[in-house]
Ligand binder design. Structure first.
Ligand code: WTA
Length: 651
């Protein structure tokens, strides 16, 4: 519990539980020792080059592994390859055409089984469709689809012909779609009539039409039929996917692309400012996602059934549904809908049905499962699972334990994977056969990745809290912000010289384990102590009655900021506010005791499930709320405001 002046964020939470890899897991794991770490430490570029040549097919070898001119990197310079060829053709050529690529399950319960052979034919045909609509190498194509296999088909078809895709999450509004289309100047939009969500069809084409009223660059719109809802089709502009696919050739050779060809743009909203079009390219990105998907998930492609619950509209869906798993020839589950339709056990029924072995989800989902109670997973046989993963936010140690105990039978390793849209792939994570886990810690930078924690002045620290930075270029790193080089340098490379600053706080414990502390914008300052919201939230979640907690610092005349907590209880639980405050004091110290705790059935979250502390800060300080359009469910905030007005401060 120090407030050492050289560290910048206090280190409060002490977590001592340790879980070495289970011997039977370790025995058949791809990596059980330190060999990859040792190899990468000797020569990181050489290490990445070995991954690139072992994991991918190159039509032309590169001449230079990495050209680094801060902040711009090029990887595998001069090399040529085709991403779709790597994700599809070569598996089929190797005799694995009948292997299932996607077990797709629609929310209403309809299913499709798609082999690598099927997917290849579909992608070749759709690539020809795109060409027939005038799409050429270097063009941008927007994709606005529900979680249907056609989303993967569309992405891979773009990759096949060297057009960059820009996927916009299907839950985003027409305005968000229009902004992104216009920024990218996309030529074609691929959308659907509608998709299923919580038992109903949500009309996607209607939202697309609103956007299309203000997107002059779009020449053609392709509409996948999924919802069966009525749509308007504008003659000459709008075409049904199934009509275009009906009589198009499936002969479409995969042309080798330059390693630095733009593969996609993906816009990150952030909490302020105009969305940034994060740029990812071909050879380095595919190397990074294939490598991390293989080793972090200990993938055995012949026996594993992998399921990542993200939406393809997020980077997790790009890297760990489409590109990583398919480059590795994995068999995976893809699910269209919400986790609570028709019941709160839908995910577990899917795990049981497809005998999922590797399951990758987000802390927000895990905490929701905690809220729903252990009886939901208990209804199903989850014994096929052998590895669990987490991504998107810091995972509280108690949520980690709950996940391992109740989903992973108390034996599955849990890999907490830290990364960002900007990093392209996983950067900090255990290797499950090699790393002794600590609940709530992402453990160590992966082999090939160099992460350091620094203090305010940019000096590296070996112990305690500070800022997470990356010190070496990596193959999957963003190549810039579309159309805004200055903003790229300013956002990521200006805070600390020669370092990429991710915007996250982190601490190193006495064993050198990394602990993510949340966005530094969320750090609180209480009586001169810089306290991470994550640590107080984790202390709250370690109380047996608490499922989820969000903590913010609100202006306070005596302490600078005071800690305000919003807490969601586990199903059927009750707890006294005073007890909970004392629990935090006991776990991490009196300084971190919340001044006020509000109980709430839900927390405001972004559409990708991250808690929006900025809004809670506004609520706590009685401010008018700014932009709430990025919220998944705006009614949650209204309710919190009402409660704040009813009961000012209870202290
Ligand atoms: C947060 C998602 C702690 C972090 C892949 C990061 C995490 C932001 C973790 C990127 C984790 C992601 N532990 N925090 N395991 N994973 N984050 O771009 O704040 O949607 O900067 O990419 O999520 O979010 P993005």
């Amino acid at each position: 519990m120090s407030n050492d002046e050289t560290t910048n964020i206090d280190d409060l939470l002490l977590e001592n539980r340790k879980f070495p890899p289970p011997p039977d897991f370790q025995e058949r794991s791809l990596v059980a020792g330190t060999q990859l770490y040792d190899e990468a430490a000797r020569d990181d570029e050489g290490f990445w080059a070995r991954q690139a040549s072992e994991l991918l097919h190159w039509d032309t070898d590169w001449t230079t592994i990495c050209e680094w001119d801060l902040p711009y990197a090029k990887w595998f310079v001069g090399g040529r390859l085709n991403v779709a060829y790597n994700c599809l053709d070569r598996h089929v050529e190797d005799g694995r055409g009948d292997k299932v690529a996607i077990h797709w399950e629609g929310e209403p319960g309809d299913t499709r089984t798609i082999t690598y052979g099927d997917l290849l034919v579909e992608v070749k045909k759709f690539a020809n469709v795109l060409k027939s609509l005038g799409v050429q190498t270097g063009d941008r194509v927007n994709i606005y689809l529900p979680m249907v296999p056609e989303a993967a088909v569309a992405m891979l078809a773009c990759a096949r012909i060297g057009a960059a895709h820009s996927v916009v999450f299907g839950g985003f509004s027409s305005q968000a779609l229009a902004d992104r289309i216009n920024d990218a100047e996309a030529k074609v939009l691929i959308t659907a009539d509608g998709g299923y969500r919580r038992g109903e069809v949500f009309p996607l084409k209607g939202a697309a039409d609103e956007a299309l009223a203000n997107t002059p660059s779009i020449e053609h719109v392709v509409v996948v039929k999924r919802g069966g809802n009525d749509v308007e089709m504008k003659v000459g502009r709008d075409h049904w996917y199934h009509d275009l696919m009906a009589d198009v050739s499936d002969d479409c050779p995969a042309e080798p692309m330059d390693s630095e060809q733009l593969l996609f743009l993906l816009y990150t909203s952030g909490t302020t400012g105009k969305p940034k079009g994060i740029m990812h390219t071909t050879g380095g990105y595919l190397t990074h996602v294939a490598y991390t998907h293989k080793y972090v998930f200990d993938l055995h492609p012949d026996t594993d059934v992998y399921w990542c619950t993200a939406d393809v509209g997020w980077i997790t869906g790009h890297s760990y549904i489409v590109y990583g798993p398919m480059a590795n020839g994995a068999t995976q589950v893809m699910y269209e809908g919400v986790p609570n339709f028709p019941g709160n056990d839908r995910f577990w029924s899917i795990v049981e049905k497809y005998k999922v072995t590797i399951f990758y989800t987000a802390p927000t989902a895990i905490r929701t499962f905690m809220k729903w109670g252990i009886e939901e997973p208990a209804k199903h046989d989850l014994s096929s699972l052998r590895l669990l993963g987490s991504v998107g936010e810091p995972i509280n140690p108690e949520a980690w334990m709950w996940y391992r105990d109740n989903i992973g039978a108390g034996t599955c390793p849990v890999v907490d994977t830290w990364w960002q849209t900007e990093t392209g792939g996983i950067m900090i994570s255990p290797l499950p056969g090699a790393t002794t886990l600590k609940p709530g810690s992402a453990t160590f930078a992966l082999p090939g990745v160099s992460a350091e924690v620094v203090d305010d002045g940019g000096q590296r620290i070996d112990h305690g809290g500070g800022y997470l930075t990356l010190t070496r270029p990596w193959p999957g790193m963003l190549r810039g912000i579309w159309g805004d080089g200055e903003r790229y340098r300013e956002t990521y490379w200006s805070r600390f010289s020669d370092r990429y600053f991710a915007g996250d706080g982190a601490k190193l414990d006495a064993d050198g384990y990394l602990w993510l502390l949340g966005r530094v914008d969320d750090v609180m300052n209480v009586s001169g102590h810089r306290i991470s919201t994550t640590e107080v939230e984790s202390a709250l979640v370690s109380h047996p009655s608490v499922a989820e907690a969000a903590v913010v610092g609100a202006n306070d005349p005596t302490t600078g900021q005071a800690i305000i907590a919003y807490v969601t209880l586990r199903g059927g639980s009750q707890v006294d506010e005073g007890d909970l405050r004392n629990h935090v004091a006991k776990e991490i110290g009196a300084i971190a005791k919340p001044k006020t705790i509000y109980f709430t059935p839900d927390l405001p979250k972004t559409r990708s499930g991250k808690i929006m502390r900025r809004l809670l800060r506004d609520v706590a300080e009685g401010r008018n709320l700014g932009d709430t359009t990025t919220l998944a469910d705006a009614s949650v905030v209204d309710e919190l405001q009402r409660r704040a007005a009813d009961s000012p401060s209870e202290d």
